[in-house]
Design a protein around this ligand. Structure first.
Ligand code: G4P
Length: 312
């Protein structure tokens, strides 16, 4: 099962964002540092093409620091793009953020040409936490402000620096299957849209390769025994260790899955990142190949249908 979310009001959000983008100088995209590429909005990337971008890898306190460095370098190598690692523990994030945006749009600034910045991010990525920490002074709740749509916030971070916060814009289809699982593991996907056991198994599959020591330490398992173990075997062992056992001694896999997911989300399993740039490139390539194959199959079916109709 591939993970999907059910974005409500998607078209409305898309329209609001594209309207706002017209007079935006820099787009900030907040990403989850544990899954930077999976949490990036491909639709936003297309809509904001040509605009300078600042990628904020938030929740870096939960992510693997060495892999965060890889991602920062990967983003910085892109055109007109800056990337910063961040977390809610930073006491005055506004300064760093403003400086990075100013460097991306050096021709803007001063009261005549205020720098206008849009901030986007998937739900739960930490956008409100960041905005609240930066804007103790002036949050302009809008609705009564010309040129600002309802539900949008304009935050004045400096006299010539305006930050626009438009409510979440999700994208219609999660194209990379691994990305769907990573979003689900992080808690970004509603519980109803996923099978927790399946998501936990995918998570364990990754952890068994990249974070076996952390897994063993968290659940007091023997690291050597985990070497070569299947994801379901690891889940069983964790369930047993944590007393997730049904009558008759069977392991309660659902309960065990919940434990694994909660621990990961809370950072209890350690500082973990679920994707590396080179892995993501491979996953994305495969997803594109599968999509192209499906499109070709669809096309062939359509043609066959049309030719059957024609021969009647
Ligand atoms: P959003 O506006 O993007 O939807 O996210 P929000 O700021 O509400 O943050 C979502 C959760 O993530 C909050 O946890 C918040 O405390 C946590 N969070 C935000 N930034 C960071 C960070 O840099 N590091 C860590 N570790 N956590 C961060 P919460 O209020 O406990 O909500 P929840 O966990 O019950 O969803």
């Amino acid at each position: 099962m591939a993970i999907q979310w059910f974005p409500g009001h998607m078209n409305k959000a898309r329209k609001d964002v594209s309207e706002r983008l017209k007079d935006i100088d820099v787009v900030i995209e907040m990403l989850d540092a544990r899954l930077p590429a999976s949490s990036a909005n491909p639709m936003l990337a297309r809509m904001a093409k040509g605009k300078p971008r600042l990628m904020l890898l938030n929740k870096q306190d939960l992510a693997d620091p060495a892999v965060t460095e890889q991602w920062l370098a990967w983003y910085r190598a892109k055109k007109q793009t800056e990337a910063l690692g961040m977390d809610a523990g930073e006491r005055a994030p506004a300064q760093r953020l403003i400086a990075a945006c100013r460097a991306l749009a050096p021709n803007r600034g001063g009261l005549e040409k205020p720098l206008r910045v849009l901030i986007c991010g998937i739900p739960n990525v930490g956008k409100s936490t960041l905005i609240n920490s930066m804007s103790s002074r002036k949050i302009a709740k809008t609705g009564n402000m010309p040129g600002v749509t309802k539900n949008e916030q304009r935050i004045i971070l400096a006299d010539d620096f305006e930050l626009y916060d438009t409510p979440g814009m999700l994208w219609p289809k999660i194209e990379v299957e691994e990305g769907g699982y990573n979003l689900a593991a992080s808690g970004a996907v509603g519980r109803n849209a996923m099978d927790e056991e399946e998501v936990a198994l995918e998570l364990l599959k990754y952890l068994l390769v990249h974070y076996r020591a952390e897994l063993a330490a968290r659940y007091k398992l023997d690291e050597e025994e985990l070497d070569g173990a299947q994801d379901w075997q690891a889940l069983e062992r964790i369930g047993k260790r944590r007393g997730a056992v049904l009558s008759g001694g069977r392991i309660n896999m659902q309960k065990a899955a919940e434990i694994v997911l909660t621990d990961f989300r809370d950072g209890q399993t350690g500082r973990i990142t679920l994707e590396r740039p080179e892995e993501w490139a491979k996953w994305e390539k495969r997803a594109k190949e599968i999509a192209a194959q499906r499109a070709a199959e669809r096309e062939a079916r359509e043609q066959e249908k049309a030719s059957r109709k024609g021969s009647r």
